[in-house]
Design a protein around this ligand. Structure first.
Ligand code: TEU
Ligand code: CA
Length: 554
């Protein structure tokens, strides 16, 4: 298996709007990020994945781009970006940009032209279809952000497709002019010296020609079979690789909802000439009777089965991206751990151990290294995210689901849990801004903040720092072969990693009860690489405290 820098790196995702505000307008910005690079260097990360910073009306907080080669006014200027890139590179930190090219903003000049007339030269940059009539869209597909996936445009009496908000019209990738525009823009950013791309819903860029009604799963038809992993997606990614990616030393990761381990070997195969790795979502796509809006937790055995399959199916063939959360997911310690005062720190460290000892490139979402938790939402007015706002209206306000029934579901999974400001210190607004933040700061910033944790050697922060440092010292963490143990346990996630004569044993308790673990003979007497508790692991019968995690090395 060939060894490369992006396999050995730890990636830190920044959601700029909520990371650090430098000018007191309550909105995070590029200069704010630059001011925190020493903190990231101290943590030890190698790469920053920067969520979108391009010109945008912010209908979906920057994932609706109106100019790919200009910086969003609220985030600063292109000079601020150039300074951030220089300062990051001076610290040997790479910058990976968020490439959002499944769709643009409806305020992009291409769409402003396209909607002018059916004959406009930009008409075919997007996906326009006749409705069944002026009141009936071309089919029953639903948008990810509620409502129909089709928006009627009366100027030309046609509908345009938007798999996300109606201000995010889908680009027509079958149009070679679109592909050329995108590849030219990517080249422009690469020539500025960026180090790669995270590619937003890249598995959705190719749609089938036929667009029939989809299976109705909740309120609308499912567009999946016609818009995910489509007929030309690999052709277009191979063209992107040949015309852009292959010309630079880049890290590329596709956000590929709907990907399987089989397809991952096409998207990110060692010899596939497409991408380096993909984000899969099987372990975070727990659904209930209201789709994603559920506070049900996935049984540990199912979580282990999914992660094991991804470890074993990709081994030696493709590369895993490892994450518990990001800007679209609830906070890891609240979802997979236990965010009570008694168990928050132990379970956050346990989750970090479990993830960072797997094979793949680990991603740390801003604040995860502090053990930041979900937010205590009190009312739908607390939401800022279009997905949560629309969902509450669709299911509750306009729908038939009582607030008391839906509320626990939406506050558990809302993307806004991950978008509250990073908690830097125990001062007003957690040191994120001197102004009024665009979204409320979690009140627990008084206990959970970077200043307190960087000073406390036993903090979640220092535990992440230690895990990152271990990765640099032990190639087995990167290249060792994964094998699961105790697959039927609902309390313990146990696995080994093997590289030549070296072995690791990773034991993580997901339980809030004491559990016992029988040490395999071969690990009796092995040294402890890291653990989140002060314990010795030299006996055969080990009693684990709630959320205890340890790694033995021989
Ligand atoms: O997310 C794509 C995606 O699948 C989301 O619908 C995500 O899975 C869902 O919100 C989880 O609840 C990407 C970006 O990460 C997201 O922030 C954008 O809103 C979306 O694409 C549209 O660009
Ligand atoms: Ca600001």
């Amino acid at each position: 298996m060939n060894r490369t820098w992006w396999k050995e790196a730890v990636i830190y995702q920044i959601y700029p709007r909520s990371f650090m505000d430098s000018n007191g307008d309550g909105i995070g910005d590029l200069r704010g990020i630059t001011s925190r690079l020493d903190y990231l260097k101290y943590l030890g990360i190698d790469v920053i994945w920067l969520s979108p910073v391009y010109q945008s009306p912010n209908d979906d907080n920057g994932y609706d781009i109106s100019d790919y080669q200009a910086i969003m006014d609220e985030f600063g200027t292109m000079e601020d970006f150039d300074e951030l890139l220089t300062q990051a590179h001076d610290r040997n930190i790479r910058i990976v940009m968020d490439l959002v090219v499944n769709h643009t903003s409806d305020e992009h000049k291409w769409f402003m032209e396209s909607r002018q007339s059916r004959e406009n030269e930009y008409r075919d940059y997007y996906i326009w279809r006749e409705g069944k009539d002026a009141q009936t869209p071309p089919n029953n597909w639903g948008s990810c952000f509620s409502g129909s996936a089709w928006q009627y445009d009366e100027d030309t009496n046609m509908y345009y497709l938007h798999l996300f908000s109606k201000k995010q019209p889908d680009l027509n990738w079958d149009n070679e002019k679109v592909r050329k525009e995108v590849f030219d823009m990517m080249t422009w950013w690469c020539d500025k010296g960026i180090d790669g791309f995270r590619m937003d819903v890249i598995s959705m860029i190719s749609k089938t020609e036929e667009m029939p009604d989809g299976e109705v799963t909740d309120l609308y038809g499912d567009f999946g079979p016609y818009c995910v992993n489509g007929p030309n997606v690999h052709k277009y990614l191979k063209e992107m690789n040949e015309k852009v990616l292959s010309k630079y030393d880049l890290m590329t990761v596709g956000e590929t909802p709907g990907v399987t381990t089989e397809l991952a070997r096409q998207y990110a195969g060692e010899d596939a000439q497409e991408l380096n790795m993909v984000f899969q979502f099987e372990h975070v796509d727990e659904n209930g009777k209201y789709g994603k809006w559920t506070n049900e937790r996935m049984p540990l055995t199912r979580l282990k089965k999914i992660l094991s399959r991804w470890q074993m199916d990709l081994y030696g063939k493709a590369w895993n991206s490892l994450f518990w959360d990001n800007h679209d997911q609830p906070r890891a310690v609240s979802r997979f751990g236990n965010d009570s005062p008694e168990y928050r720190e132990a379970s956050a460290k346990m989750l970090a151990t479990c993830l960072h000892m797997l094979q793949g490139t680990p991603y740390i979402y801003q604040g995860e290294e502090l053990g930041m938790t979900n937010y205590p939402f009190k009312s739908p007015d607390d939401f800022r995210d279009i997905e949560s706002i629309n969902a509450y209206r669709e299911w509750c306000t306009d729908g038939s689901i009582p607030h008391e029934e839906f509320w626990p579901c939406i506050i558990f999974r809302s993307r806004d849990n991950a978008r509250t400001p990073v908690q830097w210190e125990n001062t007003a607004q957690a040191g994120f801004t001197t102004g009024t933040p665009w979204i409320a700061v979690n009140p627990n910033y008084t206990e959970i903040n970077a200043e307190a944790e960087t000073k406390n050697p036993d903090s979640v922060f220092h535990y992440y720092k230690k895990l990152i440092a271990l990765r640099k010292q032990h190639p087995i963490m990167v290249y060792g072969k994964y094998e699961p143990l105790l697959e039927d346990s609902e309390e313990l996630f146990v696995y080994t990693r093997t590289l030549e004569s070296e072995k690791l044993l990773v034991v993580c308790s997901f339980s809030d009860k004491e559990t016992t673990f029988i040490l395999p003979e071969e690990f009796v007497g092995a040294s402890c690489l890291i653990s989140n508790m002060k314990n010795t692991y030299d006996g055969k019968n080990i009693t684990l405290k709630p959320y205890e995690a340890f790694v033995l090395h021989k």
